[in-house]
Design a binder for this molecule. Structure first.
Ligand code: PLP
Length: 397
């Protein structure tokens, strides 16, 4: 009870007081508050703790928000990727083209279903998978492309759709950073066989751990629902309603359904997404204005004709590791999103990748550094991050 009665706002204030002594800025603070706590209490007083009415309500509202027919909640985006690939019939012997400039989950999911991830290089100015480089990697075994909308900036999906149509490939979009994104009048879930979302702790829409699949295809949506729960013909909520009827198992699925306790947290946040994005947009623009005149610091550009979800703000700077440690010394929370996947030990050992394989992704992977970006940052926090960056740049270069 005590934890529930400590208002999150109070905790932030306590946190801020501590932080202001240390003169620093946290890397991330979530925005869940009293409304989410109350919604959670309601679930605890009702019947369903597992996948039930709250998951269903969120799925309907999320599909409407994305402008597609169906959304299916799951336990993580990683499992959503595995389910999407499985539902599309992708497995051993198949190749899936993706980017090395992403979180490991994207490529790992391909390996988990028994297929082979084939990397293609990214565009130097955005860090997004380059459609031409991807097309050049297509072979007779290629079954799908997984574009990743890095940092909230969408890939050129009109190009990817043309390429996929020409070669009869499926597109599974990794939209973990891209709930609110649009480009060339397309939302992140449109014109793809499956779009995959993450509700991991630091994502724009979060319940700590969770994910979703979105699709326009009713048949695929049904497969996703079945595959997320063992391949059973009925979920718990269906089994609960009405007289007992036997369920069946029709294919080997995953255990990847989401709990109603978590789903309610997502419902309340949907209505606040655009307001929160507006604050991140303001902060990101302030960063861009401050860093544009600085030759020591570059940053990825938001593609023309697009609305960025502004999930992460990264800068590119040559002495990245020293820069990062100097920021940490000044109390600024930082992260690296990401070092190129193909150069991580497992991928080097399994596939024999060496530096030089994907020049642009490697260059970004060596220079990238993520700064704090979240709606609860004050203007003072933003200025503190900027002046720390200026100070460090002066000291190092
Ligand atoms: C967070 C993330 C994932 C994985 O999400 P989980 O929900 O933690 O499985 C996948 N891809 C990208 C690009 C991510 O940032």
């Amino acid at each position: 009870m005590d934890a529930l009665h400590t208002h999150p706002q109070q905790r932030w204030q306590i946190g801020d007081a501590l932080m202001s002594d240390r003169k620093g800025v946290e890397f991330f603070k979530h925005s869940l508050g009293p409304e989410e706590i109350q919604a959670c209490q309601q679930v605890l007083g009702a019947t369903f703790l597992t996948t039930g009415p709250a998951c269903k309500e969120f799925e309907e509202k999320f599909a409407a928000y994305l402008g597609v027919g169906h959304a299916v909640t799951v336990a993580s985006a990683t499992q959503a990727l595995e389910i999407a690939l499985t539902a599309l019939g992708i497995g051993p012997g198949d190749e899936v083209i993706t980017t090395p400039m992403t979180f490991i989950a994207t490529a790992n999911a391909v390996l988990k279903v028994g297929a082979t991830p084939v990397f293609a290089d990214v565009e130097p100015g955005t860090g997004l998978l380059d459609p031409e480089a991807a097309e050049a990697k297509i072979t007779g075994r290629t079954k799908a492309i997984i574009p990743v909308h890095l940092y909230g900036n969408m890939c050129d999906m009109r190009r990817f759709r043309q390429i996929a149509n020409r070669h009869e490939l499926a597109i599974v979009a990794d939209c973990a950073h891209a709930v609110e994104s649009r480009r060339d009048a397309l939302g992140s879930a449109e014109q793809v066989e499956a779009a995959v979302y993450s509700f991991y702790a630091t994502k724009n829409l979060t319940c700590g751990e969770g994910g979703a699949l979105a699709t326009q295809d009713t048949g695929l949506a049904e497969r996703f629902r079945k595959l997320r729960l063992h391949g059973m013909s009925k979920g718990a909520a269906d089994r609960y309603n009405g007289y007992y009827r036997h369920w069946d198992m029709e294919e080997l699925g995953f255990k990847a359904n989401l709990s109603d306790i978590l789903a309610v947290l997502l419902i309340t946040q949907l209505a606040k997404l655009e307001d929160r994005l507006q604050r991140r947009e303001e902060i990101a623009r302030r960063y861009e204005a401050a860093f544009t005149p600085m030759p020591e610091i570059d940053f990825p550009r938001v593609p023309q004709g697009s609305k960025s979800a502004r999930h992460l703000f990264t800068i590119w700077t040559s002495a990245r590791d020293r820069f990062l440690h100097e920021l940490q010394k000044r109390g600024i929370g930082v992260a690296v999103n990401y070092r190129a996947v193909h150069l991580l030990t497992y991928y080097r050992q399994q596939f024999g990748y060496e530096p030089g394989s994907f020049a642009h992704a490697e260059d970004i992977g060596n220079k990238t550094l993520t700064l704090p970006l979240y709606p609860l940052m004050s203007d003072g926090d933003v200025e503190m991050v900027i002046s720390a960056c200026m100070e460090v740049a002066k000291e190092l270069y």
